[in-house]
Design a protein around this ligand. Sequence first.
Ligand code: FMN
Length: 481
Amino acid sequence: MNNISQLIFLLGGTGAVAEKLKIKPSAISNWKKLNKIPNNKREAVLKLSTHLDLDIDNFLTSNKEHDAKIKILLIICGGIASYKSLEIIRLIRKTDIELDVVLTKSAQKFITPLLVTSLNEKKCYTDLFSVEDETKMNHIKLARKPDIILVAPTTANVMAKLACGLADDLASTILLASFSKIILAPSMNPVMWNNSATRENYKKLLDRGIEFIEPDKGEMACGEEGIGRFPDPKLIFDYILSYINKNQTLNNQLKGISILVTAGPTIENIDPIRFMSNQSSGKQGFEIASELTRRGAKVTLITGPVNIPYPNCENIIRVKTAKEMLDNVNKQLPADILICSAAVADWKLIPKTSSNKKIDMNKKIKKNNDNLLFETIKNPDILETIANSTLRPKIVIGFSAETNNLKKNAYYKLVSKNIDLIIANDVSNAKVFGEDFNEVLLIDKFNCEKWEKQSKKSVAFHLANKINNLLINYNQRDIDA
Ligand SMILES: Cc1cc2nc3c(=O)[nH]c(=O)nc-3n(C[C@H](O)[C@H](O)[C@H](O)COP(=O)(O)O)c2cc1C
């Protein structure tokens, strides 16, 4: 039970407080869900609480973490249910949530920006190419500001555009340029909903971590029956509130924990043009850095050269070689946790002529050296070095990409390098690199769990849960000792 729920309980429950304050019980339920009392009701609640033998101020001020307002961007698409989203605006406006609204061009055939502006008491955004908006609140800022983007109703068209990565208007551009949680509430004719194109898009979006508030079954405005009805706006609103509530707990789960994450490949130059590297895309490490940041950890990401967008985390350090990566990990110590997901090049290659003479690596190697030889020089093993150093983080986690004997090789790595947890994947088909999915074994000294094929985002989510449990066990061991 959160502290506002406790306070309401002590004051006689939702019904009693609502009656005394002459407001609807649903408003009190929202305070409980958000663990927050709106500023304009604080005084009244304090007065009601004077008889309680409690430090009431503490109840209210311990909400400080939640004072940073939740920000929602509501995108309304051009469906028959567009007008129902006006009720969602009205319900959100009753809370402390900061709301921005975008209307697609088609949505404006059903409801007007003026109507939305008067309900939300602020500008309603409609245009990607607006000189005025671009200077004050450009489309990237609009995409980055919200914690949640709710698309309600979502048309079949916007689902398709998002699945394909199209960005031809303000709504679709924001959806592509955002790090926020995206929640779609689709509504459409049942035949459109069941069309295999929509089914495929639905699956694609689910796999990317986009959440759906499923449409209801029933009679549609067009007279046909089936799945596709827009759910009751109050249900959508409640869904969003419970999502916020659930995440406020998660968001602070790793607060105060410092985590170093390495990601991507490293590269070793052979001459100024050529290099040796590997196929790591950095995706899994970036997802991990992003999820741990979302949970409140202080994350430093040390990454080799990649071709994917950087995640939203506090500190990002770009490196090229294994040595640079090790030096930078060392510089960032001490830290509570180290996660080595980078595929570090194991060797440097030193080019030599066929008669074993060194070649100047600072100049482009000429083709007249037909039979080049390469001397291998072993790179430092970052995981092993840090796991056995005096500044060893409490928890050290490694990755193991293997083509054979996955479990055995990964377990050997875990024990021989003195690490706490290994995430092992089979790369015999080279299908892991650059993909959005991963199928892994999670191995510690006592257990081996198989995590079925899932998105790299989902692996990151479950790994963050695991890390939280490891920290709890670790702290418990400290108390017991
Ligand atoms: C009267 C009317 C009602 C419509 N209702 C829906 C609907 O409920 N769901 C849907 O996906 N498309 C619906 N459409 C089709 C969309 O308006 C159309 O696909 C449009 O391109 C969507 O644009 P948007 O996705 O940018 O908002 C409707 C069209 C009309 C004319």
